[in-house]
Each structure stands twice: as structure tokens, then as C-alpha cells.
Design a protein around this ligand. Structure first.
Ligand code: TXA
Ligand code: MG
Length: 318
């Protein structure tokens, strides 16, 4: 029998053509991919993840030319953002064409599209005559996967193949933006900072969440969660005082000298927010395997990818 974890692109393409699921590497997190034009294949994604059908999927492409078959219209700001950031961790929400099934978009009139920046996945997509829909390769509400092994730990051989592209280089999901006319609206903070987007298209609007009508369920309060309880704190030492005699795991930005902790994960000794983002989910996976009573995570500086890291940690703690 073949190993589930593979580097064989042709084999993965064959599975996708046969409407099977394949986990694919991207620069953000691993995705669980299927042919967007086959509803049976797409349905397998929702089943495998235990994901509610109201939560739409992102369509992954390898060339901007594919936009015209997927989207009805492309605002100027979208074209500009795609030219600047694709391939890369940016997802555009556009008015959808009828060719995109309601299953992929959860009945919405819009479709989410991105071009991932990973050499293996771009090569895989180039050899297919359809784009793939791919949510993050983790069970619904759990911590995303940033390595092939994380995906295997979650799903084992229930997935026919996991294309191994090594550890993800960005480590946070894509930033998701939509358009209100030419105004850019940020739905999910992610691998591209708000500052970088504003440098390209000017001031953006942050989508204000409405829990009753979640526009982007990546914004649901509970998400990205380890099984261990997690709290977010501005002062780790002080927070630790509330858990005396308990098994504490610490998730810190650059410090490591928390002597009363059982385990400490330091995300970037050189205080680099991009490096911290890259290491975040792997550290959460490791902490979650330590049978801890509590994970105390540090609140990150509110700038650049620190904003996206705080977003994930807030939801992980819910
Ligand atoms: O980096 C990423 O975006 C990764 C990799 C695999 O590409 N994918 C990912 O997918 O994070 P997922 O399914 O875990 O998160 C996609 C988010 C969901 O919160 C979904 O609700 C939102 O995108 N979304 C998809 N289509 C949408 C639409 N038409 N309108 C609003 N939100 C949408
Ligand atoms: Mg996800």
C-alpha cells in the first residue's frame, strides 16, 4: 500500500481527477482539496472536516486568467491586489459566475479565490483542467495544519494522499478581502498585513462581525482551538500566579525563562513577527500534546502579522 504522505504530484493529480480528496501544501497552511466542478468530491471535504455546509470554501487557482471563468466581475482594486500579492496569502471575494456550484460557495452570490504560493501546489494545479476548493486541512474549529504530519495526525489514511511540501513558510491562513464597490473590506486578518494591503490600495474597512450572520465563519468566535484551555495575557508571569501547582504551558513571543511552566514554546527569539507566525500553529500542536492544565499565550504587538496572530490566539482561547 502507498504511503499517505507523498511527493508524487502525478499521483495526486490522478486522485483529484477521480474526484478524491488530496491534502495540499500552501505557504499559509495545508488545504484539503477537491475538484470544484464535482459536487460529490466537494461534499467529501465537508464530511472529512465535519464542517457545516453554510461555511463556504476557497477556490485555488494557478493563473489570473482563470478569474474570468469563476467571477462575474473584478473590481479594479481586486486586480491591483492580485497583481501585487499573487501568488500569495491573499483571498479575494468576488461576485461568482454560474459555473461555480452553490456547494462551494454555501449558496452565496460570491466566491472566494486565491493563488497559493507553493511550488508543488502550483505545479499540481497547472496540470489540472479545473481549480480546486480547499479549506484548511483540520477538523472544524481545530488548529490548522502547517506540516504534512499535522494532516496525517488528524486524518490518518482517511485521506488518499497528502502532498508533502514541507513546513508552511507563512504559517497563518490567507488574509480575506471583499469589495464594496471599490472599497476594500477585510474579512479575515491573515498572512498579509493590513499595512501591506493599505500600501497597495489605500485605506481599508475592517468587517465588523455579527455573530448572528457570520459572513466569514473563519471569524466565528471559536476557531483554531487546541483541546487544552488557552488564555491570552499581556503579562505571562502574572497570569501564571492564577495556576499555581498546575501544569502550565507558555506560548511566548521571544522570552523563554518562565521557570514555573512545564513547557515553554518561544516563537521568535529574534523578535520577528513573520517568524513567530510561521511557528505559531506547530507550537500549538506540540503544546496540545503535553497534557497541560492550561496554555498561557502572550498577547503580541498590535502591528503587522502580530495583529493576525492575536486574532488567532483570541479565537483559540474562546
Ligand atoms: O490560507 C488559506 O486561506 C487556507 C489555504 C488552504 O488556502 N484556506 C483556508 O480555508 O483557510 P478555510 O476554509 O479554513 O477558511 C476560509 C474562510 C472561511 O472562514 C470561509 O467562511 C471564508 O473563507 N469564505 C469563503 N468563501 C467566502 C465568501 N464567498 N464570502 C465570505 N467568506 C467566505
Ligand atoms: Mg480553517
Amino acid at each position: 500500500m502507498r504511503n499517505t504522505i507523498t511527493k508524487d504530484i502525478a499521483y495526486c493529480q490522478e486522485l483529484l481527477r477521480n474526484n478524491e480528496l488530496v491534502a495540499i501544501p500552501t505557504e499559509t497552511v495545508y488545504g484539503l482539496a477537491a475538484n470544484i466542478y464535482n459536487d460529490d468530491a466537494v461534499r467529501k471535504i465537508f464530511e472529512m472536516k465535519g464542517r457545516p455546509l453554510f461555511n463556504p470554501l476557497i477556490v485555488h487557482i494557478h493563473h489570473s486568467d482563470q478569474l474570468s471563468s469563476l467571477a462575474k466581475s473584478v473590481p479594479k482594486a481586486a486586480t491591483k491586489l492580485a497583481a501585487r500579492f499573487w501568488p500569495g496569502p491573499l483571498t479575494l471575494i468576488l461576485e461568482k459566475n454560474t459555473s461555480v456550484s452553490d456547494l462551494v460557495t454555501a449558496g452565496k452570490s460570491t466566491v472566494a479565490i486565491r493563488m497559493p504560493n507553493h511550488p508543488l501546489t502550483l505545479k499540481l494545479l497547472q496540470g489540472l483542467d479545473f481549480p480546486v476548493a480547499a479549506p484548511s486541512a483540520n477538523p472544524f474549529t481545530r488548529v490548522s495544519s502547517t506540516s504534512a504530519q499535522h494532516v496525517a495526525d488528524y486524518f490518518g489514511n482517511r485521506i488518499p494522499a497528502i502532498l508533502d511540501g514541507g513546513p508552511c513558510t507563512v504559517g497563518l491562513e490567507s488574509t480575506i478581502v471583499g469589495f464594496d464597490g471599490e472599497t476594500v473590506v477585510v474579512y479575515r486578518k491573515g498572512g498579509i498585513s493590513i499595512e501591506a494591503i493599505e500600501a497597495c490600495v489605500g485605506k481599508v474597512r475592517l468587517f465588523i462581525k455579527n455573530e448572528n450572520a457570520p459572513q466569514a465563519p473563519g471569524m466565528l468566535a471559536k476557531h483554531y482551538s487546541p483541546r487544552t484551555k488557552l488564555i491570552l495575557s499581556d503579562n505571562i508571569l502574572k497570569a501564571m500566579e492564577g495556576f499555581i501547582d498546575q501544569k502550565i504551558g507558555v506560548l511566548a513571543f521571544y522570552e523563554s525563562n518562565f521557570f514555573n511552566a512545564k513547557v515553554v514554546e518561544t516563537l521568535s527569539e529574534k523578535r520577528d513577527l513573520n517568524e513567530a507566525a510561521k511557528n505559531l500553529f506547530a507550537a500549538l500542536h506540540r503544546l496540545d500534546q503535553e497534557s497541560l492544565d492550561i496554555i498561557i499565550a502572550q498577547r503580541f504587538p498590535n502591528e503587522g502579522l502580530g495583529i493576525s496572530i492575536n486574532d488567532r490566539l483570541e479565537r483559540a482561547g474562546n
